[in-house]
Design a protein around this ligand. Structure first.
Ligand code: SAM
Length: 162
């Protein structure tokens, strides 16, 4: 039986492996990157350091990140993603090259229920060829689930492509 520490470590290692894979796969794309859930800002910081030439928009209810991992105001979309995702889709269209979602907390049932609700809002935002990385299984109708890259632990991270 994996301990909570095991699960946490597997999640972190998987996030990095999946993000690195998705960043490399979409490197030739020019559309923006969306970080859904800033939290402490660790995954945002990783993406900011590794992604060149693309804006990273951060969607968060309330910014409480580490000072080194705080996005500029003009790239911060404040509010509940259930409202901000549809608004940004109207503004920008289906242009995202990469979307990373880490919106969940400790309650796995709640995370799954939220993933079902938010999936149809995320699905139309990706550009053709764009990749979505998620800490929770998503419920998409048109995106293809991709095999995990080496180093990622099954069930701790999920990858989808338009
Ligand atoms: N990936 C981050 C990191 O590496 O530090 C951690 C993200 S943390 C697990 C989840 C974040 O998602 C929280 O900061 C929370 O406020 C945000 N969040 C959860 N549900 C949200 C919603 N409906 N709208 C906007 N932000 C939300």
């Amino acid at each position: 039986m994996p301990t909570r520490l095991d699960v946490f470590i597997d999640r972190m290692v998987s996030q990095r492996a999946c993000l690195d894979f998705a960043i490399a796969e979409t490197a030739q794309m020019t559309g923006p990157v969306y970080e859904l859930g800033l939290g402490n800002g660790r995954t945002y910081h990783h993406m900011r350091e590794k992604i060149e030439g693309r804006h990273i928009y951060v969607f968060e209810r309330k910014v409480e990140s580490h000072p080194d991992s705080t996005p500029p105001e003009e790239l911060t979309v404040l509010g509940d993603v259930m409202e901000t995702l549809p608004a940004i889709l109207v503004r920008f269209g289906p242009v995202a090259s990469l979307i990373h979602a880490d919106l969940g907390g400790h309650n796995l049932q709640k995370n799954d229920a939220f993933a079902r609700k938010v999936s149809p809002l995320i699905e139309p935002m990706l550009a053709p060829g764009g990749i979505m990385v998620s800490s929770d299984r998503m419920y998409f109708e048109t995106l293809e689930e991709l095999p995990l890259p080496p180093g990622a632990v099954p069930g701790r991270c999920f990858l989808y492509r338009r």
